[in-house]
Each structure stands twice: as C-alpha cells, then as structure tokens.
Design a protein around this ligand. Structure first.
Ligand code: CTP
Ligand code: CA
Length: 222
C-alpha cells in the first residue's frame, strides 16, 4: 500500500521503537558495536507515523535522518539505551525492539587511547542488560515485538527466541550479504504460526509488520 492509502490503524497508539547499533567503548577512540544500519527501525518509525501513531525512537548511532514527527532520543551504549527506554515507557501501547544491542560491554574502558605494543591485549567483557526482557518483565508491559537476525536455522532459532522471551510477536530475518541495504525479507512468528513477508523495501515490510501488530492489539482498548 502507498502511504496515501495507509489506514490510520494506529491512531491514538503510542509506540516506542529502538533502532540501530549500540556501541561499547574500549578506549577514547575505539569500541565494540554490531552491524546495523538502523534502516529497519527508522522505516518502522515512519510507517507507524503514517498509520497515526505517536512515535518515540530511541536510536543508536546512525547517520540516518529520523522521520518527521518522531520524538528522537539518541544514545550510544546498551546501558544508555536501556535507561532511555525505561524513562520513556510510561503510557506506551507498543514496544518494538529493532536495535542490534551489543550483548557485552567492556569492563574497564580506558579513558585514554590505548597504545599498541607487541603483546596480546585482553579485554574483559561483561553481559549487557537485555532491554526487551526488562520491558517484558514489567508488571503491565506494552505489546512487545522482538527482532531476530540469525545466520542459520532461522525458523528454529527464532521460534525458540520468541518462546524464551515470551513475546507475542517476533520478526526474523536471515543475515545475508544484504546487511545495510534498503530491502529485506522477514518471517513473522506469533502464537498462530509463521507468516512470511517476501522480499520488499524495508518501508513496505514495516507497513506489513505494523498491520499485523494492529490486528493483534486488544480490540476493546481506546
Ligand atoms: N535485545 C535487547 N537488548 C539486548 C539484546 C537484545 O533489547 N541486550 C532485543 C533486540 O533488539 C531484539 C531481540 O532482543 O529485538 C533479540 O535480539 P537477539 O540479539 O537476536 O537475541 P539475544 O537474546 O541477544 O540472543 P543471541 O544474540 O544470543 O542470539
Ligand atoms: Ca544478541
């Protein structure tokens, strides 16, 4: 559907979206990050705005221009992303975790740039908080959507992830050479089964995903 034909299926809904990579400092000039362009999360923000939603976008570092009308909170690390999400979650109806969050952070980052020498450098990594799990564990969580990028066994790993995280809906895609591109191919997994969304632009997929979400929302609410 073109933007002009989009039904305003999310009018009155407040949506919080995480997007892009997180970055964990090693020293003043270096860090650990994930491959993520942010394009899928930004496309979902744009599609949600088209559908009438109120959109807050918590974004890791990307050069993308945020869609007009979104409230944007820029963050760097996973801990900052968690803080921004938790501080902006009140009254949200929908949480969509699209960000590629670093699973670990560097325990003692150096304030100064580390000088090279001929020895092996050992970094100590500690696990980052799971932002989506923190949201799901709230007493009254919003409707939560997870993403899973897998390099193999897509459906098996994705359904396992959905059940482990107790998510009503998860969008899965295979990591291919297309990382950072404008197109993708998704499979939606919910309690009813799997719903493939064939290769299309990220904006088209975002609209399809949000229509699926709108159909799953409790009908009685405002
Ligand atoms: N996620 C998150 N916070 C984290 C890690 C992941 O919010 N610290 C979210 C992602 O945004 C995504 C979902 O959880 O929506 C799944 O992320 P993924 O990395 O695929 O799953 P993990 O549980 O981290 O498992 P693994 O990386 O080992 O596959
Ligand atoms: Ca992970």
């Amino acid at each position: 559907l073109e933007a002009s034909q989009q039904l305003k299926l999310l009018t009155g809904k407040r949506v919080l979206i995480t997007a892009g990579p997180t970055f964990e400092a090693i020293d003043a000039a270096r860090g650990i990050t994930n491959l993520s362009s942010g394009k899928m999360g930004y496309a979902i923000a744009k599609a949600a705005l088209e559908m009438g939603a109120d959109v807050t976008l918590v974004s890791g570092q990307t050069p993308l221009l945020p869609p007009y009308g979104a409230e944007v909170i820029k963050v760097t690390s996973a801990q900052q992303m968690l803080n921004a999400v938790m501080a902006n979650l009140t009254q949200k109806d929908i949480f969509i975790a699209v960000a590629a969050v670093a699973d670990y952070y560097v325990l003692n980052p150096s304030e100064q740039k580390i000088k090279k020498d001929a020895h092996i450098l050992t970094l100590e990594l500690a696990p980052n908080p799971d932002i989506l799990a923190n949201v799901m564990n709230l007493p009254e969580p919003p409707f939560c959507v997870g993403f899973a990028a897998e390099s193999e066994n897509l459906l098996e790993y994705a359904e396992h992830k959905r059940r482990k995280k107790n998510l009503p809906l998860l969008a899965a895609n295979l990591i291919q050479d297309g990382f950072g591109g404008d197109e993708n191919e998704l499979v939606l997994l919910d309690d009813k089964g799997t719903h493939p969304l064939p290769r299309a632009s990220k904006l088209t997929l975002a609209r399809q995903l949000l229509r699926h979400v709108a159909n799953m929302l409790p009908k009685s609410s405002t």
